[in-house]
Each structure stands twice: as C-alpha cells, then as structure tokens.
Design a protein around this ligand. Structure first.
Ligand code: FPP
Length: 252
C-alpha cells in the first residue's frame, strides 16, 4: 500500500501519546550485507532520525528508544566502544535538527556508567533542548527495567528508614515516582523490530498495559511505512485495562 494511503487510514485523534521502541536487528542486517556489525548500527542512526521526525509530525508526545541496555555492556569491547562513539557523534550532529524540530532530549538509565565524553555530550544536548515542547525523545542508555526497579525500591527503603514514608502506605504511586520514568506517561505502544518477540528487560513496570507490535523488519530497514503500520495496528486494538469490552464501549 502506498505511503499516503497508509497515512490516510490513521485516525489523527488516536495517536499514541507515548511510543517505546526496541530497535533490534542492526547486527543481522549488517551481516546480511557482508559488513561489520557497527555498519548496521550506523545505518540504524538514519532510521532513528526518520522515526523521531515521523513520530513528532504525527503528534506523538514521548518516544523512548532502547539504545543501550545494561546487558549490552557484555558485548565485545570493540563493539561497545564503537557504539559509544556513534552515540556521541550522532547526538552532536543531530542537535541542530532536534532544535529545528522542537524535540527535547532526555535519558533514562545508569548514564554515569557511560564514558565521560559521552555523558558530557548528552548533558549538553539535554540542556540545549530542555525548552523544546513538540516531543520528548527519551534515550534508554545503560538501562534495564530490573535495574530501575531495584534503584527505585532502594530509594523508597531509604526513605522508610529515615521515617519519611510509612512502609504500610507504599503503593503504585510511590514506585512510579521513584523510577527514572517518573515524568512520563506509560507507553501506549511498544514496538520491537527484527522478528524477536520478547521484552529484553525494557520498561518492565511501565508496559503493564501497553499494546505490543512485533515486526520482522530489521531496524536499519524500518521505514516510515512500517511506523505507520505499527500505529494502525495499535489503533485496531481495543484497550480494556482489565475491563470488559462492553464496559469500554459505554460512554461515560
Ligand atoms: C540492536 O541491534 C541495537 C542496538 C543494541 C543498538 C541500537 C543503537 C543504534 C540504533 C545507534 C545509536 C542510537 C542513537 C539513538 C543515536 P543488535 O546489534 O542487537 O542486532 P542483532 O540482534 O541483529 O545482532
């Protein structure tokens, strides 16, 4: 189906507010072409740019990208270093475009673990883009869902120890507030590319009621059309949040 036709089918009043993406398949894409894995990551940056701009144009307010997981530190050192360098170079290069497009950059994850130069570039871009309001781009870096939950539990336990919070009163709102994602709504839609159908320690708490779209397309080949298809898939779902279909249809 032509791009315009796909776009015409999308209901502009039901665009997901928050889309989260597990960008997978860079390595396999590179291997398929007979290239080194890093070439796939490089190509993946072009997809990131396109998806960020398409999402902003459609009215998505938050876009979270799983750029580097806690577990990714276990990859060969050369790949980790190349990914970090690519991240620094890309953020530096793309900052003017983020400004032009009104996009605010933020991060979640244990960013202190990143190389100092990487951290510096990230801090500068987060600072430079902080007043942009069209869309917030959240990069998950040295991030994992379990890491964030453990950190949040530790914070709450410390507050309880100091007598600032009564353990009996601890509820969902306390955990929400202690997570790195405290300032964002939960993702409405989670996309994973490359045919793998798992969560890989991403946003474990936050995706409790997210719609999940799996596609076989490898991240470097994920196109505007593929993004539209994910939105259309989302719009075709009935979100029930544990209620019955009839309850959802009732006008309140
Ligand atoms: C997964 O593919 C991808 C990653 C671990 C890194 C994602 C990074 C980028 C797209 C580039 C930098 C990002 C930004 C935001 C500038 P994989 O290597 O696991 O692929 P495979 O499963 O085929 O091996």
């Amino acid at each position: 189906m032509a791009q315009k036709e796909l776009l015409n089918q999308i209901d502009p009043n039901r665009i997901p507010e928050h889309v989260a993406i597990i960008m997978d398949g860079n390595g396999r894409w590179a291997k398929k072409q007979g290239f080194l894995r890093i070439f796939g990551h490089r190509q993946g940056v072009d997809t990131v740019r396109n998806v960020v701009e398409t999402a902003a144009e459609m009215g998505v307010k938050y876009l979270t990208l799983y750029a580097f997981s806690t577990e990714n530190w276990n990859r060969p050192k050369a790949e980790v270093n190349a990914l970090m360098q690519l991240l620094v170079d890309s953020i530096k290069k793309e900052t003017p475009r983020l400004m032009q497009n009104g996009i605010r950059l933020e991060t979640i994850g244990n960013v202190e673990q990143l190389p100092a130069g990487c951290n510096k570039t990230l801090t500068e871009t987060v600072e430079a883009t902080r007043n942009n309001t069209r869309m917030t781009l959240i990069l998950a870096l040295s991030y994992s869902g379990r890491w964030d939950i453990i950190e949040a539990v530790r914070k709450i336990a410390m507050d309880a120890k100091k007598g600032l919070i009564d353990p009996e009163s601890i509820g969902e709102a306390d955990l929400n507030a202690a997570l790195n994602t405290a300032n964002y709504p939960n993702p409405d839609l989670l996309i994973r590319t490359s045919g793998e159908q798992r969560i890989s320690n991403f946003l474990l708490w936050e995706i409790a009621y997210s719609e999940i779209h799996f596609t076989n397309v490898l991240w470097p080949e994920f196109s505007t059309d593929d993004f539209y298809k994910a939105i259309l898939d989302y719009q075709g779902r009935e979100r029930r949040f544990g209620k019955t279909g009839d309850q959802i249809k009732q006008v309140v």
